[in-house]
Design a binder for this molecule. Sequence first.
Ligand code: NAP
Length: 338
Amino acid sequence: MPTQKTHTMAIRYPFVYNVGRCIHNGLSVALGAYRRSTALILSGKELSLLVNEHTSKLCRAFEERFSRKPCLAVVLVGDNPASKTYVKGKKKACDEIGIAHIDFTYDESLSQKSLLELVQSLNDDPNVDGILVQLPLPSHIDEVKVINSIDPAKDVDGFHPVNIGKLLLGQKSHIACTPKGILRMLDHYGILTDSKDVCILGRSNIVGKPMAALLMQKDRNATVTICHSLTPDIVPYVKRADILISAVGHTNVVTSDMVKDGAVVIDVGMNRVPDPSKKSGYALRGDVDFANVEPKTSAITPVPGGVGPMTIAMLMENTVVAACDQKGIDTADLEVLE
Ligand code: NAP
């Protein structure tokens, strides 16, 4: 299990990890004329490859045992360009990893009743392990109703109130993919959260709230502050943070004067900014002014290539976990040949 191994190495063998880190830092210092920072770049792109490799092995073992692949139903309603891109990325990951996907694509006019009926039929289908309804939904559809209609066992996004509630109580559940991916990254890179001050910018149901709930658990022991658009002044909270997680959705929300020296900065933001040099016409930027903030940090995620690939990797992992749960086994029960 490569993920588990690397993961464990960073935690159990901080010496080995730190030697690696020193080499990394030493190289950065040696190249100081070109690169003044010694920040560790937390590469979700690289880590997701390791995670996906393991998930792929689990999928093969699942298929050998049950004569079918784990299966994700992917529901897209409407024309939102960002949603289309996300869904394309998720299906591509399924194909690469060996997860079957059934696609349901509808135009904007789909009624709420039809969508709820579709979700019910997917809940009832024993060959569907996970259900992903891409958000946002068109305004005539009540998102809460739709999320609440998904069988919590198949809610691989981890958005259902049962899963969120269990997460808050520290019980086993499907964990929302972005916060889960962030924790996996922190673990992999040996970044401990115990007794750390963590500031989270954003209180959404899919990032900020589950992230805070995870970090306050007894296995994480962070002291968590959440800021939002009505926080009168976010600066003192950000300045105090050992670990800053920004999930706001605006560029340059976090600037270098706000960040404590040596802080760890996790940038969840995915903001499209016009860039005529790109075929798509836009470039992806985070919430953080990366160029100026990076030199002050001890570790930072890039955008793109940071949190984004980990989110997809966790969705894939959650789908295999859901498939195993529904067969009454644990992923550890699958015989994986390394
Ligand atoms: P959201 O639902 O729009 O929530 C944004 C949050 O930021 C809200 O809680 C809002 O406060 C808060 N906020 C807005 N302006 C603020 C400010 N100036 N200072 C402090 N807080 C402020 O967004 P989301 O779904 O959580 O996503 C946030 C960003 O992360 C987006 O760019 C999204 O594309 C990205 N994202 C990336 C991934 C990934 O895999 N990389 C996954 C999910 C989301 P109020 O609650 O008061 O409105």
